[in-house]
Write a protein that binds this ligand. Structure first.
Ligand SMILES: NC(=O)c1ccc[n+]([C@@H]2O[C@H](COP(=O)([O-])OP(=O)(O)OC[C@H]3O[C@@H](n4cnc5c(N)ncnc54)[C@H](OP(=O)(O)O)[C@@H]3O)[C@@H](O)[C@H]2O)c1
Length: 352
């Protein structure tokens, strides 16, 4: 019987998505057969990962291209969950995988994290779009312009698959919500909160009133952190069980969604929470001014991202057995506790 282990390299272990995936790998039924290495920026967190979680932790960043390349070359599976927009980093990972393939004949697996920002189109919150992408409609996916954010990285990942030295899979989560849970989060190693909704909440706390871009009519999909992390594991398990039956490259695009919302829905729930928690405002969101968008998101353009449409269906994940449990109703119900948490934190820290 072979005793060789599967070498797994994960980038982004201290993050919301990466920490949630690592949590699942550590308690996977095959965990004993995994040899996991992570690359982390904090030496302190690396120590905790090594000592408390028995994970090999190399200290370094995405700028250490030599480390990314060498660690990828040593790995049969790479999870890339640090920065969807870093082309140099993905190129270094791919160089490593190519070397591995050339020297050993192994066909390594790259599971890369992108996001539904690639299908976002600007509406400034004025209208909802009728265009809905399916990840099983390859021609529709190919029609996404190469100039959208992250797309250069996604195309490099797909090109590697086409060149045949790696099997690549790209997961595009949508608005992820919910507190990530587990020992890595309890130990303060990984970040337990998401991006989009917390930013809207911080802005609302800052102005003591829920806000929307325009009228909040544009639509986005949503997915719970537990469900999206499960998708990575369902995919890994499906590849392990029957790689030929699992789409890769252009056929390896996996959206992460289990429902959709208007931006107004989120801001209405935030406004109601602010009223109910006694923070202030009314239960009806008001439009952000350009000054507010610049103040809370760094620029008007970045702020206006909260007024885009990005509609999709995660048909491919469901076809390999992914069964997301949480719905948009759960997302809306998660907002009040999230507001309470961030409000408490803001009060302790003396500001939002
Ligand atoms: N959360 C969402 O709703 C969502 C949805 C779709 C796509 N995404 C994308 O998925 C990716 C991960 O998101 P997340 O929510 O997990 O973010 P996060 O919690 O901020 O985690 C980011 C992770 O990447 C690491 N990282 C960032 N820059 C790095 C660098 N230069 N070198 C090494 N490590 C670096 C961070 O390390 P440190 O701990 O050292 O900072 C952390 O481990 C992002 O690209 C994001 O845009 C997120």
């Amino acid at each position: 019987m072979s005793t060789s282990k599967t070498n797994i390299f994960l980038i982004g272990a201290t993050g919301y998505i990466g920490g949630s995936i690592l949590t699942r790998l550590l308690k996977h039924t095959s965990a004993n057969a995994f040899d996991i290495t992570v690359l982390v920026r904090s030496a302190e967190k690396a120590k905790v990962l090594q000592e408390k979680f028995d994970v090999k932790a190399v200290v370094g960043s995405n700028d250490d291209l030599d480390k990314l390349e060498a660690l990828s070359e040593q790995s049969h599976v790479v999870f890339s969950c640090a920065d969807a927009g870093n082309l140099a980093a993905i190129q270094a990972i791919l160089r490593g995988l190519k070397k591995r393939h050339t020297s050993t004949g192994d066909l390594p697996i790259l599971i890369h994290t992108s996001g539904t920002a690639v299908i976002a189109t600007q509406a400034k919150g004025i209208f909802s779009s009728d265009t809905i992408y399916s990840d099983t409609d390859v021609e529709q996916i190919k029609s996404i312009p190469p100039t959208v954010p992250h797309k250069d990285v996604d195309l490099a990942v797909i090109a590697a698959d086409e060149q045949g030295y790696a099997r690549t899979y790209t997961i595009l989560p949508s608005t992820i919500y919910g507190q990530a849970k587990g020992p890595l989060f309890d130990a303060g190693v990984s970040n337990s909160t998401s991006i989009q909704i917390p930013y809207l909440i911080r802005a609302a706390l800052g102005r003591k009133q829920g806000g929307v871009v325009g009228q909040g009519k544009a639509i986005w999909p949503d997915v719970h952190i537990d469900d999206v992390a499960d998708l990575y594991i369902v995919l890994l398990d499906a590849i392990t069980a029957n790689q030929a039956g699992v789409g890769h490259g252009w056929e390896g695009i996996y959206f992460g969604e289990n429902g959709e919302h208007t931006w107004y829905d989120i801001s209405k729930a935030i406004s109601q929470a602010l009223v109910e928690l006694g923070v202030g405002g009314t239960d009806e969101p008001t439009s952000f001014t350009d000054e507010e968008l610049a103040k809370y998101w760094g620029s008007v353009d970045v702020g206006n991202f909260n007024g885009t449409n990005a509609r999709c269906r995660a048909d491919r994940g469901r076809s390999i057995g992914w069964k997301p449990k949480y719905t948009t109703a759960d997302m809306l119900a998660s907002i009040k506790p999230e507001v309470a948490l961030l409000w408490e934190k803001a009060q302790k820290e003396g500001g939002v």
